[in-house]
Design a protein around this ligand. Sequence first.
Ligand SMILES: [Zn+2]
Length: 439
Amino acid sequence: MTEAIDLLIHARWTVPVEPAGTVLDNHSIAVRDGRIVATLPRSEALTRFRAARQVELAEHVLIPGLVNLHTHAAMSLMRGLADDLPLMRWLQDAIWPAEGRHVSPAFVRDGTLLAAAEMLRGGITTCSDMYFYPESAAAAFAEAGMRAVLGLVMLEFPTSYASDADDCLRKGLAARERWLGHPLISFSIAPHAPYTVSDTSFIRARALADELRLPLHVHIHETADEIHNALATDGQRPLARLARLGLLGENFIGVHAVQMDESDIELLSRYNCSIAHCPTSNMKLASGIAPVPRLLDAGLRVGLGTDGAASNNRLDLFQEMRHAALLAKVGTLDATAVPAHAALRMATLAGAQALGLDASIGSITPGKQADLCAIRLGDLESRPCFDPVSHLVYVAGREHVTHVWVNGESRVDKGVPLLHINDSELLRAVSVWQTKIVN
Ligand SMILES: [Zn+2]
């Protein structure tokens, strides 16, 4: 008697990420009702299951869908607007003024759709976002069929979105109310950074995150200036201030963590925090090299983020995996730092753990949602292939992604996006925004 299932994927290689370091040859993944039912040798799968659809991936490696632990999706409309500037000049002279003029629900909807299309095509099935008008972003991610954790951003100063941090929270919580229970959409509390959020607002953010059981998503220790200014105004390093305010904890995701001393790492470790490492953004803004091997040695969960397309300028986790592996080596002068399997784990399971979603995503494990990504390693530039995980990090790019599933539903099939988003309509909308932004 065979079991009826929806989908059976036969892959040359499967890298489940958990157990760590495993590569399965000629295995099949069975999917029913959007969940992974079994991972088993192909011959056993063919006798055990009767699938409505079978997919042959003869030259491919199948991995969990990638988890982008930090982005500002709608900023894709400002891709390449201001390059080659340090963080504060980039923010104050270019990004904040442009946002003040243009950011609106329509801007966020179109920018987020553009980002979701780019991410899904590149194998990213989940992202942790932080931006204004989270309700418009939620609608765009739901329309694209992408999983997203929307950060309810908090900033003390007035923006086109809200008058202050309290107003940010009021609006964000109302958006959350309307999206409660959606299978792809969830939320975090996102106080922007220590230099843009007051003590009172941080305390409120912590209370809400505890009450609603949400992650806290905060930029921390990105640049040396941030530390110098905090020492001058508060007399302490930003992480020490956050610890004093009770912000640190298991649900705390610190973004960047570039400028770190031993006391900072000790604090993050003591409170069992997570880190979103954004190597390309850190290089492009010349922020520095995050001490990732030391953070990993301290037992911290370190996921990978692209940051926004305005400071990267790609929403491409293949690039981030490669940069994370290379930057760790050059930062420590140790070629064994962040090997390929570790980089893949950062881009999948570690991100899911940081978001508290590892019971449902982040590895190819029976019972988890079928968020999957297939990469073809059949071209001459991918041959020979001794270790597909090495190729994922050091050889392949998002252009090699051929299939993507979210909850077992196809989002990219044989390289063709099936996104319920019309490319030409999206490109038309983007070109209208480009004209507005330059004028
Ligand atoms: Zn950021």
